[in-house]
Design a protein around this ligand. Structure first.
Ligand code: BMA
Length: 319
């Protein structure tokens, strides 16, 4: 019976916003095919989403959408905010799936995104103060790599990057370290795929890691391939605060999966793909922003304490 109640907790953790999807290609100020997988951050009093926008060639760029409550009345930049640098071979075919964190030391936002080079997808870093001008720091690691985010501060003197290389067709999450955000090493396997489970074929970081007294709360996506295609769902893990290569807990269940029509039908049906989260300190509410079916942007909310209670009741992982 204990197992049942754990599944009940996972099922009830998130509530979808009734106004979903909150952003669609129709809401865009210029013609686009799809808007999805946004990075999310609080900037002054506003919620800012850096949305992946797919154009009518099938290439992506990033555009800012702003809102006071993070749910309604979005103001969208009239033109692409951050586009591929055409003179760079590392950014040839577009920019995708940004994750944003506030870098304490730099006093700037760090944006990790997938840039499509001629040699495959790589993880790149840009920094900005205002989401109007950006400094590019280039590709961090060789392809094939995606789904990356930095931790917001140094851990024992080094920056940490969570990312997802693909090797031999396998897609596991790794963590790597750097003294200067440029040279990366000490690579460690963090969260591997899990045979037979919902996350058996691929895993990758979802939104930016969330710091809690219990550890870094990590939402990640897991993929199962089925006869009808792939299903992208979201699970939860907890990393040690000071030794983040140690995974303390991992959920057996997914906490968000395609259920609503806008998650099941679209360019790629059966996909919920969170890339940004906002924690509202006053209410302890966590808003998880996600791409739905690679077509629109949706949001689901949870109470941060409930997420912590849930992950603390998940099995401890063996080292
Ligand atoms: C992943 C990424 C995402 C996409 C997802 C589902 O590999 O490329 O951008 O949303 O697949 O198609």
């Amino acid at each position: 019976m204990a197992e049942l109640s754990q599944q009940q907790k996972a099922y009830e953790l998130f509530r979808r916003y009734e106004g979903n999807p909150i952003l669609t290609p129709e809401s865009w100020p210029y013609p686009v095919n799809a808007v999805f997988n946004p990075g999310a951050v609080k900037l002054n009093t506003e919620i800012l989403l850096l949305v992946r926008v797919e154009d009518m060639r099938g290439f992506s760029h990033l555009t800012v959408a702003r809102s006071a409550d993070g749910l309604t009345d979005w103001e969208i930049d009239p033109a692409p905010t951050l586009e591929a640098d055409q003179s760079s071979r590392e950014e040839k075919w577009g920019l995708e799936d940004p994750r944003i964190i506030w870098l304490e030391e730099q006093k700037q936002f760090g944006i990790t995104y997938t840039s499509f080079s001629e040699g495959g997808p790589v993880v790149s870093l840009a920094i900005t103060k205002n989401f109007r001008t950006f400094a590019r720091l280039g590709a961090l690691l060789p392809p094939e790599d995606k789904d990356a985010c930095l931790l917001p501060r140094r851990i024992k003197g080094r920056f940490a990057l969570i990312h997802r290389p693909i090797v031999r067709g396998e897609a596991h999450m790794w963590i790597s370290f750097s003294p200067d955000l440029k040279h990366w090493g000490d690579h460690r396997l963090l969260i591997p795929t899990r045979s037979a489970y919902w996350d058996c074929h691929r895993v990758g970081l979802a939104c930016q890691p969330i710091e809690t007294p219990q550890g870094w709360m990590l939402f990640y996506h897991g993929v199962r391939s089925t006869t009808a295609g792939q299903i992208y769902r979201v699970g939860l893990a907890l990393l040690d605060l000071e030794e983040p290569w140690r995974v303390r807990r991992r959920s057996d269940e997914w906490v968000l999966g395609p259920r609503e029509i806008y998650e099941r039908i679209g360019d790629v049906g059966g996909v919920v793909f969170p890339t940004g989260a906002i924690v509202h300190k006053e209410t302890n509410q966590l808003n998880l922003y996600y791409g739905a079916a690679d077509s629109t942007v949706a949001v689901a909310t949870a109470n941060l304490s409930d997420c912590i209670d849930y992950i603390m009741s998940c099995p401890e992982t063996e080292e």
